[in-house]
Structures are given as C-alpha cells and as structure tokens.
Design a protein around this ligand. Structure first.
Ligand SMILES: [Zn+2]
Length: 456
C-alpha cells in the first residue's frame, strides 16, 4: 500500500502544470468547533461526510500506520483548515483532491494548506498518511481515553477526546460521518470496529478486517479494538449481532442477550437505528468504564444486565440523537440511566418508582444536589453522578407530570425527529411542551438547571 501511494505521488509530480485558474480569496477555517468544554475539538470551514481509514497495527511494537481518506464539503471559501490529531503521531504527507498540500502539526491540531483555495460548497477529498506509537490521553476527570493498550491489543474508547489519538478528523460530535475501516493485524488477533463486518482476508501472517459503518457517527463513538477475541457474526431475532469476546472472560450467551433488550426499547423508543448490533467484551479492568461505541459497545469485563441495557439504550440516545455541546451530556446519560430503570422494571428486579425513590432519598444537604444535570460546571464533571442519576430522575419527574402516554410519545418523537442528528436541551424542553401541551418551565428549571434538591 505504501508503495502504491509513493508511485501516485511521483505520477502527480511528473504531470504538466495545470493552467492557472483564478480562485476566490478564502479564509482559514476555525481551529475549534466552539465547544466551551473542549475548545480545540472539531474545526470550522468544512463538514466531513465520510472517513475511509486503512490502519495497520502491530501490538508487539505498538506501531500504527494509517492512511485516512476523508470526504468533506467546504462550508466557506477555505484557504486553510485543521484536522484534530495528536502530534505524537507523525504525519508523512497530506493531499487535497490528489494534490500535495502543505501541513504543520502543533499539539492536537494538524493544519492543512491546500494548493488552492477551496470554493464554498465544494466537495473535496483529503488523504493523510501517518504513523507512530499511539497512546491514550487522560481526560479532565482522570480517566483513560483513546488508544488504550491492553495485554493483547487495544481497548479503543474515545469519549470525549480520544479519537485524535489514532486518526485525523473533525473530532467534535456535531460533525457526523459514515466510516469504513480496513484494519490489518497479526493473524492471531482480531480487529473489531463499528457497523457491519464486510470482509476478513488472511495473507501471510496477517489478517485484514473490513468494517462498514453506513449510518452517520460522531467520532467519539468510533472504535477499532484489537485483541484475542472470539468473533461471532449471526442473525438472531431479526438483528445482525456481531460480538467479540476475550477468551479469558466468561460471558455465556452474550450474543443472545441483545435482541430481548433491543425489542423492549424498540417498543418504547421506536425502531433500532442501526444495521447491526453486538458488543466487545475485553479483559481490561484497568479501564474502569464501558462505552456505547456505535452499534457495538465496548466493555472492560462481561456486562451486567443493567450495563448492557444502558449501553444499548445509548444507541437511540447519544448515538442516533447526539447532543450539540458536551454540556448537554445528560441527554445521553440521564436517558441511558432511565433506560436501565425501565429494563429492571421489565425484568421484575426493581420498579422504576423504587429506583427513583432510592436516588431521591439522598439527603438535601448532599453535595449531589448542588450540581444540576444540564450544567455540570466543567469537563471534569461530565460523567459525575448528577448527570446520570438526577438526569434520570428528571425524566421520571416529567413522566409523573405528563403521564405515561405523553411521556413515551415525547421519547419516540425525540428519537424520531433527531435521528442521526444533533439536538440540545432547549430542543428537548420545547418538544416536551409541544407533545404534552403543558407548560413545563418550572419542572425543568428545578430539575435541570437549578442547584438544590427539587421538591416532589
Ligand atoms: Zn452512558
């Protein structure tokens, strides 16, 4: 592959120069998407439509070689633009529409200057060749994020900022795109990514896995996880269930556990939004969290029923409907936590009301009540308890106020209207009022925006 690329570059150099065409003056794209929690995340001036990532990884040396092909559209006349990629990876070359572009790396910004200004509205393609020794980053809350090495490969979870540790992109959740992953690993390892497994080819001592993720995906939900895995890919109960389980972990019946949960949520929230499902069960206790990676959540150990339900509910809430800013993360975590309560109620382990009562029983002077879920206060609090538990309690308070019919109509409308898109807390409040026909300012103010324990 490297040789082919080198020949192509040489071929371009030998072409006669194209006649000069006057191009409008462009301006540089913004270096961030404007999210106050992570100002450098994402970029302005273009919209990515598709990533085609060709990766080669050697777990023994830790070396990654990558070729990223990105299809994008200019949203302004663009003289220069940024991609997000940590500079511990070395960029070897960048082309824009096949022409060599100049590039510079600084921190997690890769600055690309195309040979010509890109006209506003123009579709263009970027290729980035890069390599190096990827490593995880530590998030503001202290957890590991990104390319997390394990004993036999990589636990790859990227919320909120890990994507820049392994591929260049427009890494803010507002720029969703389709993906194709072509990943080559040693023959005794498996590379698992999002979407549908479309090919597996072994040659010499290496195996290449090709995965296609056709529905739009935010980059924090992408994964390429590598290790010794038992890979299964089957139709069960109307779903394509693709699972990868570390053979050192006991996870009996893992594939079969998915359809009942998905059927239950489909009945409440509307159709399952993706072409396949499943999960990755690794043996990585050091990671300490699971993530709802799109179509295929990743777990550091075999998941409990509530964790499985939590990550599968995220496929509707978080993955298909994604917030516009990190501050609105309760739209992911409050909904997934409430879905855990719904699933436990369905199983007969605990009623939703009992789960609410247990969470609400925290004393009023508890620190927990000082942080409203729609304003966690900073990136270090993105995943703290109020976002989850008080977020879920907010939904239950809404349900008690508007009644079951209106409440589940709101959830279905939320999942349906914003399918594959982004939406914020204000949109959820407005939708709840429209569907229920009720004025809900007081309820949402008390539960979402004001510190202190709301009265019931
Ligand atoms: Zn979650």
């Amino acid at each position: 592959m490297k040789r082919l690329v080198a020949l192509t570059a040489a071929a371009f150099l030998s072409l006669p120069l194209a006649p000069a065409i006057a191009t409008p003056a462009g301006t540089p794209g913004a270096p961030g998407a404007g999210d106050p929690y992570f100002p450098g995340q994402g970029n302005g001036g273009y919209d990515a439509a598709r990533y085609d990532l060709t990766l080669d990884y050697d777990p023994s040396s830790g070396r990654l070689s990558g070729l990223a092909r990105i299809s994008a559209r200019a949203t302004q006349a663009l003289s220069r633009f940024n991609l997000d990629l940590v500079d511990t990876l070395t960029v070897r070359s960048v082309t824009v529409d096949g022409r060599r572009a100049t590039h510079a790396q600084s921190g997690s910004e890769l600055v690309v200057t195309p040979a010509r200004t890109l006209r506003r509205g123009r579709d263009f393609s970027i290729t980035v060749r890069y390599d190096g020794l990827p490593a995880h980053v530590i998030d503001p809350d202290g957890s590991m994020d990104g390319w997390i090495k394990t004993g036999d490969g990589v636990f790859n979870a990227n919320e909120p900022q890990g994507a820049m540790t392994w591929y260049p992109g427009n890494h803010h959740m507002t720029d969703k795109a389709a993906y194709r992953f072509t990943v080559t690993v040693p023959r005794d390892r498996v590379a698992v990514a999002n979407g549908d497994l479309v090919a597996k080819v072994s040659k010499g001592g290496r195996t290449t896995y090709v995965w296609n993720s056709r529905e739009p995906m935010a980059s924090y939900l992408a994964t390429v996880s590598i290790g010794r895995f038992d890979l299964t890919d089957r139709r069960i109960g109307g779903y394509r269930v693709t699972t990868a389980v570390d053979p050192t972990v006991q996870a009996p019946g893992f594939p079969e556990r998915h359809p009942p949960v998905l059927d239950f949520f489909t009945g409440l929230f509307g159709p399952y939004p993706f072409s396949s499902t499943g999960g990755i069960v690794d043996n990585a206790p050091e990671v300490g969290y699971a993530l709802e990676t799109q179509t295929r959540p990743i777990y550091p150990r075999a998941p409990s029923e509530s964790l499985l339900a939590h990550e599968l509910a995220h496929q509707w809430f978080g993955n298909s409907v994604t917030p516009t800013l990190w501050r609105d993360i309760w739209l992911n975590e409050g909904f997934a936590t409430y879905s855990e309560w719904l699933w436990a109620d369905k199983l007969g382990t605990q009623t939703v009301q009992a789960a609410f009562d247990e969470a609400y029983a925290r004393p009023a002077e508890d620190e927990f009540w000082q942080s409203p879920p729609a304003d966690p206060g900073g990136p270090e609090n993105l995943f703290h308890a109020p976002v989850y538990d008080r977020g879920a309690m907010t939904l239950h308070a809404l349900r008690l106020e508007v009644g079951d019919d209106a409440f589940f109509a709101i959830l279905r409308a939320w999942a349906g209207r914003h399918k594959y898109g982004n939406a914020d807390t204000a949109a959820f409040v407005a939708l709840s009022e429209r569907v229920s026909g009720e004025q809900l300012d007081t309820l949402f103010d008390a539960w979402l925006f004001k510190p202190g324990k709301p009265a019931m």
